[in-house]
Design a protein around this ligand. Structure first.
Ligand code: NCD
Ligand code: ZN
Length: 349
């Protein structure tokens, strides 16, 4: 039986780092595992301009350890796309090293009020992005009240993604945190400019987890967990070896009091043990040999960035996750807190 796994240091292609005390609490967890991460721009207020993104990047770098594991972590910055993002901002963004814009349909998820109300309003900006080589990252759910919450991703493909890809064939698009068989099939069948991230929690759990023995808000995220058949389709996609699928945790910390709340916030905190959770999922699928390309190669290749050089080691060593962590003056409950995982991250080199 395999007892150690050595991987090229991976990257997290979808991450929420927040700001201030929350940022300082969670950043070390990501930085000790991952060389880089795509940092989501849904702060309050959202990161809508190059200047705001550069300020945010500076705050992230200032929150890193000065030396030791994680000191060399590189945040990859994104802008929050709105109905009014000026096309000429795209040149500035590109020159400043911003890699992508994030499309949140207005009202789709946490801090998405300033999101896009109609994709056609962004067409001039999308043209500029296509010209500059900036990627478009999409939260792929429609928000219409008449569409069942569990169907919102599949409907998004037909109503938004298909026309978008037809109108912007040169734009690279990442369909973020896919949760359905429809999305996995759509991405697999698409051309080389379409890819998807998959979270660890959507590989490990189906929607039963939200209701097991009582309402379990720590399993509530958006897009919401789906039926078992969808989980199986995601596992098949992630372990297929296809370069169109790669790691993106969507780790989204919220204080425990806001998760254990009458209107619980959406988001699972997985950054503490992200790689170990993915290893668990890949092992269950008998596909540990596919973990490295999913975690360390496909994302970098799609973004056109160099692959990392250092390595990390996972050891088969059962360990129990803490139930709670300090989060500024509050507490943060990691997903699977109190539960035992098979693999433990050993060292970063
Ligand atoms: C994210 C958050 O809390 O910022 N929540 C989530 O459930 N994934 C937002 C998002 O990515 O949808
Ligand atoms: Zn997210």
């Amino acid at each position: 039986m395999t007892t150690t796994l050595s991987l090229i240091r991976p990257d997290d292609w979808h991450l929420h780092l927040r700001d201030g005390d929350a940022l300082r609490a969670v950043l070390p967890h990501t930085a000790r595992q991952f060389a880089r991460a795509i940092v989501m721009p849904n702060l309050k207020p959202p990161v809508t301009t190059t200047a705001l993104a550069l300020d945010y990047r500076r705050r992230i770098l200032d929150a890193l350890p000065i030396e030791g594991p994680g000191a060399d972590f590189e945040p990859l910055m994104t802008l929050y796309l709105t109905d009014r993002t000026p096309p000429d901002e795209m040149r500035r963004a590109c020159e400043a090293g911003i890699v992508a814009l994030k499309l949140y349909p207005a009202g789709a998820t946490t801090n998405s009020d300033a999101g896009v109300t109609d994709i056609r309003k962004t067409y001039k900006t999308l043209e500029a992005m296509q010209r500059e080589g900036l990627l478009l990252l999409v939260h792929g759910e429609v928000t219409d009240a008449e569409i069942d919450l569990f169907d919102r991703e599949a409907v998004f493909i037909d109503r938004v993604l298909q026309p978008l890809r037809r109108d912007f064939p040169g734009l690279k698009i990442v369909f973020e945190h896919i949760t359905t068989r429809e999305a996995a099939q759509y991405v697999a069948a698409g051309d080389a400019r379409l890819a998807a991230t998959i979270t660890a929690h959507h590989l490990l759990f189906n929607r039963n987890a939200i209701f097991l023995g009582g309402l379990r808000p720590h399993y509530y995220c958006l897009p919401v967990l789906k039926r078992e058949e969808h989980r199986l389709a995601l596992v098949a996609a992630a372990t297929s070896g296809s370069p169109k699928f790669f790691l993106g945790t969507d780790s989204a910390p919220h204080a425990a009091v806001l998760k254990e709340h009458a209107a619980a916030c959406a988001g699972c905190y997985t950054a503490l043990s992200a790689l170990e959770l993915y290893a668990q999922a890949f092992e269950s699928a008998g596909a540990l040999d596919k973990l490295e390309s999913f975690a360390s190669f496909h994302g970098a290749d799609f973004y056109g960035l160099p692959r990392n050089r250092g390595r990390i080691t996972l050891r088969r060593q059962p360990w129990t996750l803490p139930e709670s962590l300090p989060f500024g003056a509050q507490q943060l409950k990691p997903l699977c807190g109190g539960e035992t995982l098979n693999w433990k991250l050993e060292s970063a080199a």
